[in-house]
Design a protein around this ligand. Structure first.
Ligand code: PEP
Ligand code: MG
Length: 592
């Protein structure tokens, strides 16, 4: 009998295939010593093994740079750094010399010590370091012993498989070859985790956050993985397989039709032109988004240029990244959001900030005072790129006027420096994210200090509902249709409208047909979506009437629960649009 498991849709696509369960044995190295006279040779053996691990990591880095992109390849930088970390490497050598331990036992013990210090941490950056440590441990120990190196690609069977794992680190995800891995299903993970983002970049269907299930599945078991809906069916019946196959064909047919929509305008049936922009995470996505017919970039998340990096990126490196995007879209606008670091996005160069509530801590605009040089470099790069096209600067996590005033002062100083240095640059409009309840509550005050708004429903939902957006166990509370949230969205949109300040919606809700329609019904006239969703959202726009959506949205405010809001909204939409079910389902799903 088949059974079906619901998770989070992380990367679209439907695949049918045999399960390959990634169960890397934890490496056990027994206690062993060498004679005192051999201690020097043993230390030499360890140094050589580290060199082998370094070379292997560099080779992976280059391969990923060629296959996926140079930004994604930087994920390996912290691992290289770890292989030069005296606390790990010199301490291991001390164990070899002082206790005559074998190189593998000494390294194994040192890694165990590191791990025990970090194991209780839930902090995203520490978790990333743990994953890096696991990768490094495997590479060094396999160079020292005959233990096989857990390399996903080497271990995979010849035929293509669906990969099942407890979790996948970004570095393991980038190793996967789309030809050999049909799709990914993991117990942990969220839609916005780096592995999920990479799966989307690789075009590999993925479902994450499936909870405990890997141990219940034998290798070779047949599975259907539906990355659109976030579902995995174990041992599907012939009828189920046929139905998924049909749906896959249907989705592909619709995708072909959507491709043809690239050249047409996103205008509603009652003649309202909706601006359709793209959300980008990597500069490499710019071409795809431009080809999908985006009117510009509504959100370029610059933090993905630095997550995983050990050194503050220089101004020139950022300028080159911005230039790629601005040139791909010229003469259309590109909104560059300054670093939204903290929360779950931590580069290694940030000073250790182990906080109990990172999402309520040093995040977004708040760290600019703490790390002024980081922000100055970025502002310089943004102003320089503004000389190349229509660039706008967007600030994350704003909750007060003082924050904007502080940034304006800093921008003026940076401009002064650029003028003094004779560097080509332009002033650019300044906007803020409306993603904290405080910002929405004072939207008309903020509008006197900024040129535009970007509505971030991902964080707004998290902060209005007091639900950690990254915690898969809480996903049923993270309800995009909660009566409180739709009121906040309505107030943000009408506040901006009254103030005459342009607003675009860039949260995940705008990338989903049902959510995008809701945004339009609530008054939004500019949507910024993931590049893959643009044709589908364009199709939606062309098949609706703004007047109808506004009337239907007005009716939602008498509903008492998120479930009822969603039911009413779906009902209204079913009466007017074909909900094709392509693209990724809403991440803000809420209770069924
Ligand atoms: C948001 O919060 O809705 C948003 C778009 O920003 P991010 O997802 O990068 O936090
Ligand atoms: Mg946000």
């Amino acid at each position: 009998m088949s059974r079906s498991i619901q998770g989070i849709p992380a990367s679209p696509g439907i695949v049918i295939g045999k399960a390959y369960v990634l169960r890397w044995p934890s490496m056990q190295i027994a206690h062993a010593t060498v004679p005192t006279r051999d201690v020097g040779a043993e230390a030499g053996r360890f140094t050589e093994a580290c060199q082998v691990a370094r070379e292997r990591t560099r080779a992976l880095r280059e391969e990923v740079a060629a296959r996926v992109g140079s930004v994604q390849a930087k994920i390996f930088d912290p691992q290289l750094l770890m292989l030069d970390d005296p606390e790990l490497i010199d301490a291991t050598l001390t164990y070899i010399r002082d206790s005559s331990l074998t190189a593998e036992r000494a390294f194994y013990l040192r890694v165990l010590e590191f791990r025990s210090q970090w194991l209780d941490a839930t902090h995203a950056r520490v978790m990333d370091r743990l994953a890096d440590l696991t990768d490094i441990e495997a590479r060094v120990l396999s160079a020292l012993t005959d233990l096989p190196i857990p390399d996903v690609r080497v271990d995979l069977p010849e035929h293509p498989v669906i990969l099942l794992a407890k979790d996948l680190t970004p570095s393991r995800t980038v190793e996967l070859e789309p030809g050999r891995v049909l799709g990914i299903a993991t117990e942990a993970g969220t839609r916005t985790s780096h592995s999920s983002i990479l799966a989307r970049t690789l075009g590999m269907p993925a479902v994450v956050g499936l909870g405990d299930f890997v141990n219940t599945i034998e290798a070779g078991t047949e599975l259907v993985l539906d990355g659109h809906r976030g579902r995995v069916v174990v041992e599907p019946s012939d009828a189920e397989k046929a139905s998924f196959h049909d749906r896959d064909l249907h989705v592909r047919q619709i995708e072909r039709e959507l491709t043809e929509l690239r050249a047409v305008e996103p205008v509603t049936r009652d003649g309202v032109r909706i601006e359709l922009l793209a959300n980008l995470e990597f500069p490499e996505e710019a071409k795809v988004a431009a080809a999908a017919g985006a009117d510009g970039v509504g959100l370029f998340r610059t933090e993905f240029l630095v997550v995983g990096l050990s050194a503050v990126p220089d101004e020139e490196e950022q300028y080159q990244a911005f230039k790629t995007v601005v040139q791909a879209f010229k003469p259309h606008p590109v909104v560059i959001r300054t670093y939204d670091l903290g929360g779950d996005k931590y580069p290694m160069f940030m000073p250790p900030l182990i906080e109990d509530n990172p999402f309520l801590g040093w995040r977004g605009i708040r760290i600019y005072d703490k790390m002024p040089q980081l922000f100055r470099n970025q502002v310089k790069a943004v102003l320089r790129s503004a000389a190349l096209g229509q660039v706008r600067m967007l600030l994350p996590m704003v909750s007060s006027v003082e924050e904007i005033e502080g940034v304006r002062r800093l921008i003026a100083e940076v401009r002064g420096e650029l003028i003094a240095e004779g560097v080509d640059h332009e002033e650019c409009p300044l906007g803020v994210m409306l993603e904290t309840p405080a910002a929405v509550a004072i939207v008309e005050i903020l509008s006197r200090h900024v040129d535009f708004f970007s509505l971030g429903t991902n964080d707004l939902a998290q902060y209005v509902l007091a639900v950690d957006r990254g915690n898969a166990q809480l996903s049923r509370f993270y309800d995009g249709y909660h009566p409180a949230l739709i009121r906040f969205i309505r107030d943000a949109v009408s506040g901006a409208q009254i103030a005459g300040c342009p607003l675009s919606a860039c949260g995940e809700q705008a990338s989903d047909v049902v959510g995008a329609a809701l945004m339009i019904g609530l008054g939004v006239r500019s949507l910024s979506c993931t590049p893959g969703a643009i044709p589908e959202i364009k199709k939606l726009i062309r098949s609706v009437e703004v007047g109808y959506l506004e009337r239907a949205a007005a009716d939602l405010f008498s509903a008492e629960t998120g479930k009822e809001v969603r039911r009413r909204w779906l009902k209204s939409l079913e009466d007017t649009v074909e909900l094709a079910g392509v693209g990724t389902a809403p991440s803000l799903s809420g209770p069924d």
